[in-house]
Design a binder for this molecule. Structure first.
Ligand code: 4AD
Ligand code: MG
Length: 464
C-alpha cells in the first residue's frame, strides 16, 4: 500500500463515489455474517466514521479476525454510494493491512457509554472516544480562531515568560521553580534560603499571568495579546479550576474601560460564532449526547447584548433576591460563582459584565475610581460558568500606583521595571484575561474543566 495515497475520512465523506482510495484509522465496531462484514472506521479527522464493506468471497475469516474494536488498520478499496441509511458513501474493501491489534479482553474502550469519571482514569486513551475527539477538535478550532481574531485586528502575539520572578496578581499560590538541592538547601547568615545560589539567582516561579509583561508590550506595540499556559497552586478542587490552564490576555494602549468591554464582548461572540460555523458536526454530537440546549445557548450568546452594570448594582440585586446563598452577599464580598450565576441565569438570563469592584478584592494594578473605594475592574459572567473573563483599565498614574502598592504591603523594589511604564511615556491602557478552558466549557457544554484539556493538572494529578 502506498502511504501517500491516504485520504482522511473527513474528506472522503464529502467525495463523489467511484474513486479508489486508501484509508487508515481505528476500528470502532465490526458486525456482519458469513457473506459480508461491516467495519466502522474512524481516523480522528471527523466525528463521523466511514463504513467499510468486506465481501467475504475476497477475504478469509482468518484475515478479519484481528479487526476488532480499537485495532488500527489500513484499507484500500473503491468509494461507492452507500445503499444503507446514515451515510452517503462507503468503501468496498480490496486490500487490508492490520497495523496494530487491540485485545478485546483488555482494551478498555470496548463498549460505549463509559462515565466521564472512568474516562479521566484512562486519560491516555480517552482521545479515542467520540466525545473527546469532538472536544479536542473544537479546542483546536478555538485556538485558531483566537489568533485569527487578533491578527485580523492588527494585534501582535507577544510571548511572555513562563518562568518569572514576578507575581502578577499579588495573590500568592505559585509553583516555585528551583534547581537547588531540596535535601541540602543553602542558607544565608540569617538562616534564610540563599536564592543567589539558585539557577536564576533569585526566587522564581511559574507565571500566574502574562499581563504585567503584556503591558510592557502594549506600551510599545500598541495592541498585543498573549496566549499561553499559566499556573496556580491553589488547592481548589472544583469543576472550574485547573492548576495549569491556558489564558488569552490582550492588552491595549489608549483603551479605556468601555473600549475594553466592547472588545471582550466582540471577542467572545466572534469565537462562539466561529464554533457554530466551523465545528457543526462536533457541536451537533455534543448537543445530542450531553446537552440538548447547547446549540440554542451558543446561538443566543451571539445574538444578545451583554448586560453591563456595576458591582454595587449587582450586589443590590443579589441582596434583594430573597435567595439564601451558601456564601452571604454584602457590599465588599468577593462574588462566588453561585452569585454570578444567579445574575446571569436567573435575573438577566444573558451574559453580564460587572464593573467597578471594591478595590480590596481586586489586584493592585487596576485604575482607581474617584470615589476612593472602587476600581475600574470588569468581569464577564457567563451562564453555567460564572466568571469567564477578568480584566480592567490599568492605573496609569505612577503616584497612585505606588501608593496602592505600599497600601497593600507589597514589595515595591522588585516592581521597578513595571513602574517604568508609568515613569516613561505612560498612557491610559486596558486589558483582560479569558480563561481558555472556561471558554471551552461554555462552547462544548462539558460540565467539568478536566474534560476540556487533554492532560488536566489538578491537585495530586500529573502522571502524564
Ligand atoms: O481573573 P484572573 O485571575 O485575571 C488575571 O489573571 C488578569 N491578569 C487578567 C488580565 O487582566 N490580563 O484570571 C482571568 C481568567 C478568569 O476569568 C478565568 O476565566 C480564568 O482566567 N482562570 C482560571 N481558569 C481555570 N483554572 C483556574 N484556576 C483559573 N483562574 C483563573
Ligand atoms: Mg478574576
Amino acid at each position: 500500500m502506498e502511504s501517500g495515497k491516504r485520504i482522511k475520512i473527513a474528506q472522503l465523506l464529502k467525495s463523489e463515489p467511484g474513486i479508489s482510495t486508501l484509508v487508515k484509522g481505528w476500528v470502532r465496531t465490526k458486525r456482519g455474517n458469513k457473506n459480508v462484514a461491516f467495519v466502522a472506521l474512524n481516523d480522528g479527522s471527523t466525528v463521523n466514521n466511514i463504513q467499510i464493506v468486506f465481501d467475504m468471497t475476497r477475504f478469509t475469516e482468518e484475515q478479519l479476525k484481528p479487526v476488532t474494536t480499537g485495532a488500527c488498520i489500513a484499507v484500500e478499496g473503491i468509494l461507492t454510494a452507500s445503499p444503507g441509511g446514515g451515510q452517503s458513501v462507503e468503501i468496498s474493501a480490496e486490500q487490508l493491512l492490520v497495523y496494530g491489534t487491540a485485545d478485546s479482553d483488555t482494551y478498555p474502550l470496548q463498549k460505549k457509554g463509559h462515565s466521564m469519571e472512568f474516562l479521566r482514569e484512562i486519560g491516555h486513551l480517552r482521545p479515542r472516544t467520540n466525545t473527546f475527539g469532538c472536544v479536542f477538535r473544537i479546542r483546536h478550532a478555538m485556538a485558531f480562531a483566537i489568533h485569527k481574531f487578533f491578527n485580523d485586528k492588527g494585534f501582535f502575539y507577544l510571548h511572555t515568560p513562563i518562568v518569572t520572578a514576578s507575581d502578577a496578581e499579588g495573590a500568592g499560590a505559585m509553583f516555585q521553580v528551583t534547581t537547588l538541592d531540596l535535601n541540602n538547601i543553602p542558607r544565608d547568615e540569617n538562616n534564610k534560603i540563599d536564592f543567589t545560589q539558585d539557577f536564576f539567582g533569585r526566587a522564581s516561579n511559574l507565571t500566574v499571568s502574562g499581563q504585567l509583561e503584556g503591558e510592557l508590550g502594549a506600551m510599545a506595540l500598541g495592541e498585543i495579546y498573549t496566549f499561553g499556559p499559566t499556573f496556580r497552586a491553589e488547592n481548589s478542587n472544583t469543576p472550574r479550576h485547573l492548576a495549569e490552564f491556558w489564558m488569552i490576555e490582550p492588552e491595549m494602549a489608549f483603551y479605556e474601560i468601555k473600549d475594553n468591554m466592547d472588545l471582550a464582548e466582540e471577542f467572545i461572540k466572534y469565537l462562539v460564532k466561529y464554533a457554530i460555523d466551523n465545528c457543526s458536526d462536533d457541536l451537533k454530537f455534543l448537543n445530542d449526547m450531553f446537552d440538548k440546549e447547547l446549540l440554542e445557548r451558543l446561538q443566543s450568546v451571539v445574538e444578545t447584548d451583554f448586560v453591563r452594570l456595576s458591582y454595587t448594582e449587582g450586589v443590590e440585586i443579589l441582596m434583594n433576591s430573597g435567595v439564601k446563598f451558601e456564601f452571604p452577599v454584602y457590599w465588599g464580598a468577593d462574588l462566588q460563582s453561585e452569585h454570578e450565576r444567579y445574575l446571569v441565569e436567573k435575573h438577566f438570563r444573558r451574559p453580564v459584565i460587572l464593573t467597578d469592584y471594591p478595590k480590596e478584592i481586586k489586584a493592585f494594578y487596576m485604575k482607581q475610581n474617584e470615589d476612593g473605594k472602587t476600581v475600574r475592574a470588569m468581569d464577564v459572567l457567563f451562564p453555567k460558568i460564572g466568571e469567564i473573563i477578568g480584566g480592567s483599565q490599568r492605573e496609569e498614574s505612577l503616584e497612585k500606583l505606588e501608593a496602592r502598592i505600599e497600601e497593600m504591603g507589597m514589595e515595591k523594589d522588585g516592581m521597578w521595571w513595571y513602574l517604568d511604564t508609568r515613569r516613561f511615556g505612560t498612557a491610559p491602557h486596558s486589558g483582560f484575561g479569558l480563561g481558555f478552558e472556561r471558554l471551552l466549557l461554555f462552547v462544548t457544554g462539558m460540565s467539568n474543566i478536566r474534560d476540556v484539556i487533554p492532560f488536566p493538572r489538578t491537585p495530586k494529578n500529573a502522571e502524564f
